[in-house]
Design a protein around this ligand. Structure first.
Ligand code: PHE
Length: 345
């Protein structure tokens, strides 16, 4: 091992460091020369065989070589890093003067649109718009509507019961009860809102949907009045004549009770998944208010009577906008929902 060999080694390593074109090149030189199994380490190992004074001299030279190579590596590394930063700064920039994008205007949900229209229509005929809670008492949802405990009619509506005996209302009819107590006779009220049933979800059924309740209590109200208001309602909604049929329907809180069906507007009566291939859609159950319901609402049925109806708002919105799957309304997909009326303000 001569001094010249070490010197030559150092010179050539320094030259390679200067000539390196990337951080990867540098790393290769470092591993080869300074690494644990590198050239300098190899020389160190050989030194054991030297005489003591030779050992000290060569050891010193080795250290100097090591230090100068390490410094050169560091300097070159810094150069590469600076260059990388410069080119990043040149290519990436932020224009802080560009104006922020505007707020995306929202749009009303199809059910809300239909609801507002019907509210306007009924308000113009002297009806008050009431709302009731979605968590109801068992009494308001069932008992006060003439559906006593253990009566088979309770099975008509699969119910979500809550701990403590309350429930998620299965229909908007409990607002009839609240309305009777609050307004007293004579009264005209509607009550739109969300209702819940323990339903299997399919194109026309959801566990969560919207109804619009209506009730009128006055003197000598007849089925003719009921039919008049229902026809006015349908004409207002569809802006054209829609074929309807009236069937007897059983609801414990009305007597007589009816199912008002409309011709399915999606398939024009031909049959589709939404109308279950029947061509008809149950849209408007209604009837004359049962005397027991009036009595439980604090109204004397000898003096007053009335009609009530429960419109399927969700279903109506589907008819109105030709939506063939109820799940689209609950899905929260803005691409779908924003197709309907833009908010005007
Ligand atoms: N509440 C009934 C239901 O959801 C509908 C209804 C309301 C029927 C008012 C008659 C009168 O099934």
């Amino acid at each position: 091992m001569t001094d010249q060999v070490l010197e030559a080694l150092q010179t050539s390593a320094l030259a390679r460091i200067q000539a390196s074109a990337s951080l990867a090149d540098l790393e290769a030189v470092r591993v080869e020369v300074l690494g644990r199994k590198g050239t300098l380490a190899g020389i160190s190992k050989e030194m054991g065989k030297l005489a003591p004074e030779e050992k000290a001299r060569i050891g010193k030279l080795l250290n100097t070589a090591k230090q100068s190579l390490e410094q050169a590596l560091e300097r070159r590394t810094a150069q590469f890093e600076d260059a990388a930063l410069d080119s990043r700064l040149a290519s990436e920039w932020l224009d802080l003067t560009v104006p922020a994008p505007g707020i995306r205007p929202g749009s009303l949900h199809p059910v809300t649109l239909v609801q507002k229209e019907i509210e306007d229509l009924f308000v113009s005929m002297g009806f008050a718009v009431l709302s009731g809670p979605e968590v109801e008492t068992e009494y308001n949802n069932f008992d006060a509507l003439n559906i006593p405990q253990d009566h088979p009619a309770r099975d008509m509506q699969d119910t979500f019961w809550l701990e403590g005996g309350n429930l998620l209302r299965t229909h908007t009819s409990p607002v009839q009860v609240r309305g009777m107590h609050r307004l007293g006779p004579p009264l005209r009220m509607i009550a739109p809102g969300r209702v819940f049933r323990n339903e299997e979800v399919d194109p026309s059924h959801e566990h969560t949907f919207y109804q619009l309740e209506g009730m009128m209590v006055d003197r000598e109200v007849s089925v003719a009045h009921l039919i008049y208001f229902m026809k006015t309602l349908l004409k207002g909604i569809f802006k054209r004549d829609v074929a309807v049929r009236l069937r007897p329907g059983y609801f414990p809180f009305v007597e007589p009770g009816f199912e008002l069906d409309i011709h399915c507007l999606l398939c024009d009566g031909a049959g589709c998944p939404v109308c279950k291939q029947s061509g008809w859609l149950e849209l408007l159950p209604c009837g004359l208010v049962h005397p027991s319901v009036l009595r439980m609402g604090g109204i004397d049925p000898e003096e007053w009577n009335g009609f009530a109806f429960g419109l399927g708002l969700t279903r109506l919105a589907m008819m109105r906008y030709a939506i063939d799957d109820i799940r689209l309304l609950q899905g929260g997909d803005l691409r779908f929902l924003s197709q309907f009326g833009k908010a005007s303000n």
